[in-house]
Ligand binder design. Structure first.
Ligand code: SF4
Length: 139
């Protein structure tokens, strides 16, 4: 991270909006909740990072980690399309979006050989429920 979570909090207090919204840190938080369990003040950093990502997108900020945003975007497109992820298509679209065509190719082949990647796309039974959940998230 370019800034630690406590630094992001302080930057918000100091009104450093552009620096916060264009930071890499808000995209690199994986929501592991380690900071939440340790924080004596019960500051919910992952919620804050989620909100900052949303604000960054809504305000058209320069995304600090465009590859991670591409990952999120392609992931959500898959969920909208099938209610679940079709890994082969997801990976292909993500690689095309980032231009990192051959990064992780060896691991991909390994997963394919181990039967961890489905050849044909699947779908959930009630895609309309997934759609409603996604719409509720967008409100
Ligand atoms: S949720 Fe995890 S990754 Fe995100 S700021 Fe807290 S400790 Fe770091």
């Amino acid at each position: 991270m370019d800034y630690l979570p406590n630094q992001i909090l302080r930057m918000i207090q100091l009104g450093m909006k552009k620096e916060v919204l264009e930071s890499r840190a808000i995209w690199l938080c994986i929501g592991c909740y380690a900071c939440v369990t340790e924080c004596p003040n019960r500051v919910h950093i992952p919620y804050m990072m989620d909100s900052l990502r949303e604000i960054a997108l809504a305000e058209g900020a320069n995304i600090g980690e465009p590859d991670i945003w591409a990952f999120h975007r392609e992931f959500l497109k898959q969920v909208d399309k099938r209610g679940r992820i079709y890994e082969l298509e997801f990976m292909a679209r993500y690689k095309l979006a980032t231009g990192n065509l051959f990064q992780d190719a060896v691991m991909g082949m390994k997963m394919f050989r181990l039967g961890r990647l489905e050849l044909l796309p699947g779908s959930v039974k009630h895609k309309e429920i997934m759609k409603k959940i996604r719409e509720a998230c967008d409100e």
